[in-house]
Design a protein around this ligand. Sequence first.
Ligand code: DGL
Length: 252
Amino acid sequence: MMNRPIAVFDSGVGGVSVLRALRKSMPAENFVYFGDSENAPYGSRPYEEIRELTIRHAQRLLDEAKALVIACNTATSVAAQELREMYPQHIIIGIEPALKPAVERFPEGRIAVMATETTLRERKFEELMRLCGRSCHIIRCPCPELVSFVERGELDSEDARSAIAKGLMPALESGMDAIVLGCTHYPFLKKAIRAVVGENVQIFDGAEGTAKETQRRISHAGLLREGEGTLLLTNSLEPMAKLSETLLNMNC
Ligand code: DGL
């Protein structure tokens, strides 16, 4: 069991931003990454389709893995709870927008949350806001166009910057102290986001928190490995495995 891989799942190549953090904190682990680029973006699909796709891929990955990390905020909001109920004996970790550290840093600040429409609409996000967002002003910024830029490998172009500015419009109008990147594709757009908001806005993402929680759960189950880890990058669109590799090795 210990030598089984940790499976990492996303709607496409975005979850590679979480995979990077996972490998950094657990270099001895074996990882299998699966991105469903054929069906990305999930965020603008009907709820039932996101649920069905996530459960189908998760079931297949769980057959081979010692743990599953859902490195997709959208899939987590829709299906993580149901999967945990279906597989109570498995370790299933889902990512969520890093609102908590942002609120801790700016308890009375203005915090923009960039995410897919689904993530911002779902009950999970409402609960997160209730838990940690009481004192500050949270500005929801749905950015439906951004996932496709990353899937195309278009990380910093005029069009990408315009789409970011469009999504962030409500926060740009009122001003903001921080941005939470509530979609795992967005860390790859950081340079373009910086070009839009400037240097004084702090940017948070959930990759490190998710890696820490995964390590804690695997260690608690006595399943942490020693030695040298391996990595297999896969995708429902075969050529996208190459883009995943490029993103994995990028310094951003
Ligand atoms: N990386 C996914 C997320 O974190 C993107 C969802 C999508 O495909 O729209 O939400």
